[in-house]
Design a protein around this ligand. Structure first.
Ligand code: UT7
Length: 326
């Protein structure tokens, strides 16, 4: 049966120039490369310059995605930015990106904050708007400036996070409703607001009139992450009526290589089909999935028609999964 699909027609990403290694961190706090790499899989991360804004990184990622999609800013009908580290409290970082890109006046632009799950949340919203015929072409961005809300004296958190941005251009395309269609095949998003205390920033507009610093109950998040991402994957696979044999790539949120491996093992997906970028990106929250996707496409790893399974989990708690054919 004919249907509308949301197809990714271009990906792009941007990483700040400055690279911070585990050895660099060992000069700042009581830590070492061995602890960080064995517990997290992280070896280095990119850090935005003091005056580098989330919107600056987002713009670069969208420009690269537009180049790959062969479109101009005038073709964009919506900009949706997933971020927990906006430039300003208001307006939205998406509005600033819209202004810097020069999209047509009248184009809606908004941010969503679903922490590390933000990109899959954003894609879910965009996919529904596209399938309802409300928009044709959207720029979906994940961009984070986490280094600005990291307490650089707290070894429990400062070794984990990084900065960067990834973006995709999504366009309405006709499909036949089958698993062979290119585009978003299924999404599922979840939340549990009773777990806000396990991963949060110590500040906020109403709370402290400042952004605060990241705090995490690492063990609780870890325990929850593997099972939640696994179940979200099972849900989207069941929606489409396929199993992991039909999946070319597992691309989970990049928080910790042990969590990524745990999800892969539970799903019975071999290691060589699992995308890992946390080693050189760190945890970039909402940017992690589009960053890993764009980098893998650019490297020729993820190709047109590949089926990619994308589970995510983050503060809130929020979690979910997306199944897409590129
Ligand atoms: O993106 C959203 C989702 N976020 C995540 O998925 C993160 C989930 N959690 C994790 O990835 C892990 O829990 C961490 C990497 C954060 C921590 O790993 P862990 O194996 O759970 O370690 P731990 O918190 O139990 O800490 C073990 C020890 C502690 O020392 P004691 O109390 O056993 O003496 C910590 O103080 O390691 C110590 N420690 C460190 N040592 C050296 C904590 N951070 C460091 C550090 N360097 N950077």
């Amino acid at each position: 049966m004919k249907c509308i699909r949301s197809k990714i027609i271009g990906c792009g990403h941007y990483l700040p120039t400055k690279v911070l290694t585990n050895d660099d961190l060992s000069k700042m706090v009581e830590t070492n490369d061995e602890w960080i790499s064995t517990r997290t899989g992280i070896r280095s991360r990119h850090i935005a310059a003091d005056d580098e804004l989330t919107s600056d990184m987002g713009v670069k990622a969208v420009e690269r995605a537009m180049e790959q999609a062969h479109i101009t800013p005038s073709e964009i009908d919506l900009i949706l930015v997933a971020t927990a580290t906006p430039d300003n409290t208001t307006p939205a970082t998406a509005a600033k990106i819209a202004g810097k890109l020069g999209v047509k006046v009248g184009t809606p632009a908004l941010d969503i904050n679903a922490a590390c799950s933000g990109f899959v949340y954003a894609m879910t919203i965009v996919d529904n708007m596209i399938r309802l015929g409300q928009i044709k072409t959207a720029a979906v961005v994940g961009a984070e400036n986490l280094s600005k809300i990291v307490d650089w004296s707290d070894r429990n958190t400062c070794v984990l996070f990084g900065d960067g941005a990834g973006a995709v251009i999504v366009r309405a395309t006709e499909g036949d409703g089958s698993f062979m269609d290119q585009g978003v095949l299924a999404t599922k998003i979840y939340g549990d607001g009773t777990q806000t205390e396990n991963l949060y920033s110590t500040g906020g507009v109403a709370l402290t009139k400042s952004a605060g610093f990241l705090k995490m109950n690492g063990k609780e998040v870890f325990k929850f992450a593997v099972g939640a991402m696994y179940e979200a994957c099972e849900n989207v696979l069941a929606q489409v009526g396929i199993n992991t044999d039909n999946v070319d790539w597992l691309l989970p949120h990049q928080a910790n290589s042990r969590i990524i491996a745990g999800v892969g093992q539970k799903l019975n997906i071999p290691e060589e089909k699992v995308i890992v970028t946390v080693d050189h990106h760190g945890n970039t929250s909402a940017a992690s999935v589009p960053l890993a996707l764009s980098e893998s496409v650019q490297a020729g790893k993820i190709k047109s028609n590949d089926v990619v399974l994308i589970p995510v989990m983050g503060a809130g708690f929020t979690w979910g999964s997306m199944l897409i054919r590129m």
